[in-house]
Design a binder for this molecule. Structure first.
Ligand code: GLU
Length: 589
């Protein structure tokens, strides 16, 4: 994962790199570091912990060229020593990715008398550059990356060269041009407000960047031209708009995610052709990771009702071990907030390899998945800064409704508009979420239960709570309770039962009774006044949400569960925006 940034230009680099790292911090925050270059000397500061810790070092980092890193550890703990940049000889490097053959390379390099100062895989890159360097940095990089197996975006400084070099394979890199210099970064967020135009490096590219300009080479060192386009203004994450955390701000943007996604969909050219593809498909598969997978579960349900072919959702990380059989008539829908999720890209590539038509559902219009896809359905949720996905999930649900509605998408958009108004009211007035949050905060474990479409909401509600509060939780069908999990229920366990489908209420009420009879705590969340009236006298908490029809209720119940997770995080003293061990853009498999 990690975020890398590099700058070479007329202005002091350290401040620029620091600012860029702050914007990349959602990609990982185990440690951070910066190297700058001034008159043939490399200056480095790095620490375990967040980017903020670098602030005190900026004054000591002189020079108008430099590289920076914010880490999500894959090899080695989050210590100062494992923080990037890694230094060797005249080189300093930052790396995003995984070097799969690092153990063999370390063995070989140690055999040559080299000493390693970190447990990271990345340090081998600094050694390889140093080993292959004979005065030509480009050649050294070419030889070094030829030895690597895995994924990388690497930026390197050499004390002899006034500039930096960047190379990539599978991990993303954008180049940017600003009025006072040139940039490379893991994504465009890092350079918004600094660069006016940017381009995406392709796999195998190596770029050499100096204060005077940039040159890009392909993997055979042929000079190549990559198309620059304006840096989009909307990439900026914006401020917190008076909210104490991005998570709350972004939950409050759920309604806009629904309406903007509908608007974005109708601006897409070729939607009619897309509906025909779906209608003629012999199979539709959806794939994603984490929250995007949970959205895919709901998507598979909606598309399964709408289209006359088998529809299934697949965890992207498992896709390659058991790929569904697809044909040239099949459709694969790859769902990824960032558009860079490595597991999802791998699954999408397998589906493409079978000849399937690939639809990307993503919140990032210039991302890797959009370059791979035949058709992009944009999630127009706006930049999502909180690591736990909220509004992007809601936007993904809106996309699935529109895809499922086909020719009737316009009518469905009208229904989505009215549900968005209810979501908005709820997000700004979620006082009851605190009541349920206090039950969560005092529980050893929380189970989320539902039936039908509520199961998908339960699974995502559980993930949200885990991510931001670290309280153990699981989401599953209420009917499964008696087949095993009931053994875990006692007075220290809370079960949150969703009841948003009138046809399934009585079955959910049975689950509630089974839990209460074992001394378990129950909170019911429902859009149905009759269900509320029936269960509220018997349970610890009951929350009556705005009413809506069952197939649209997931927008409302998911928003409610996001608020519960947010308030629980606060009650147990967690930072909801940056949960430990996690990062937003998961670009490693
Ligand atoms: N593998 C490197 C490390 O653990 C980089 C991690 C990443 O890109 O996520 O330091």
């Amino acid at each position: 994962m990690c975020g890398i940034i590099a700058y070479s230009g007329k202005s002091p680099a350290a401040e620029k790199l620091y600012r860029g790292l702050k914007r990349l911090e959602y990609r990982g925050y185990d440690s951070a570091g910066i190297s700058t270059l001034s008159e043939g000397c490399i200056f480095t500061a790095k620490h375990g912990g967040r980017v903020e810790r670098l602030r005190a070092d900026l004054g000591a980092l002189s020079g108008c060229t430099g590289i920076g890193h914010t880490r999500w550890a894959t090899h080695g703990r989050a210590t100062d020593a494992n923080a990037h940049p890694h230094l060797c000889g005249r080189f300093s490097i930052v790396h995003n990715g995984i070097i799969r053959n690092c153990e063999q390379l370390k063995k070989e390099l140690k055999g040559l008398g080299r000493t390693f100062f970190s447990q990271t895989d990345s340090e081998v890159i600094a050694h390889l550059l140093d080993m292959y360097y004979c005065g030509d940095m480009l050649q050294a990089m070419l030889h070094a990356v030829a030895r690597l197996k895995g994924l990388w975006a690497v930026a390197a400084l050499c004390a002899d060269f006034n500039g930096f070099i960047v190379a990539r394979r599978s991990s993303p890199v954008v180049l940017g041009e600003g009025d006072d210099g040139f940039y490379a970064a893991s994504d465009v967020h890092a350079i918004v407000g600094c660069a006016h135009s940017c381009c995406v490096l392709e796999d195998g590219d190596i770029a050499v960047v100096t204060p005077e300009g940039m040159r890009v080479y392909d993997s055979l060192l042929n000079p190549v031209v990559r198309a620059f386009e304006p840096v989009p203004a909307e990439c900026a994450g914006g401020d917190m708009e008076g909210c104490p955390h991005y998570m709350l701000k972004e939950i409050r943007q759920n309604a806009a995610a629904i309406t903007d996604t509908c608007d974005g969909f109708f601006r897409c050219e070729g939607a009619d052709g897309l509906f025909k593809k779906l209608a003629r498909a012999d199979k539709i598969v959806l794939t994603g990771c984490g929250t995007a997978y949970n959205a895919s579960l709901a998507g598979a349900r909606l598309l399964g009702w709408a289209y006359d072919c088998p529809v299934s959702a697949h965890i992207a990380g498992e896709y390659c071990s058991d790929p569904p059989r697809l044909t040239t008539r099949s459709v694969c829908i790859a769902v990824t907030q960032s558009g860079e999720t490595a597991d999802t890209l791998a699954a999408a590539s397998i589906a493409r390899g079978c000849g399937a038509y690939l639809i990307a559902v993503t919140n990032c219009p210039r991302s890797a998945v959009t370059r791979l896809a035949d058709f992009v359905v944009p999630v127009c949720a706006g930049p999502e800064v909180c690591v736990a996905a909220t509004k992007s999930y809601i936007g993904q649900l809106a996309c699935f409704h529109l895809l499922a509605a086909g020719e009737c998408a316009m009518r469905r958009a009208g229904q989505l508009q009215s549900v968005a108004a209810k979501v908005k009211k709820l997000a700004f007035d979620g006082a009851y979420a605190r009541v349920i949050a206090s039950l969560c905060a005092s529980s050893r474990a929380v189970f989320f239960l539902g039936r039908g479409g509520d199961v998908d909401v339960a699974v995502e509600g559980s993930l949200k709570l885990k991510e931001v509060s670290y309280i153990f939780s699981a989401g599953y069908p209420a009917g499964e309770l008696k087949h095993g999990t009931l053994a875990l229920v006692d007075e220290s366990v809370l079960s949150i039962v969703l009841m948003c489908d009138q046809c399934l209420v009585s079955k959910c009420e049975s689950a509630v009774e089974q839990i209460l009879s074992r001394g378990g705590k129950v909170a019911v969340i429902t859009t149905l006044p009759s269900a509320y009236a029936s269960v509220s006298p018997r349970v610890q908490a009951a929350w009556l949400l705005p009413q809506t029809c069952a197939h649209l209720s997931h927008f409302i119940s998911s928003t409610a569960l996001q608020l519960v997770a947010y308030h629980t995080a606060l009650l147990v003293g967690r930072d909801p925006d940056k949960p430990r061990n996690l990062a937003k853009s998961v670009t490693v498999e």
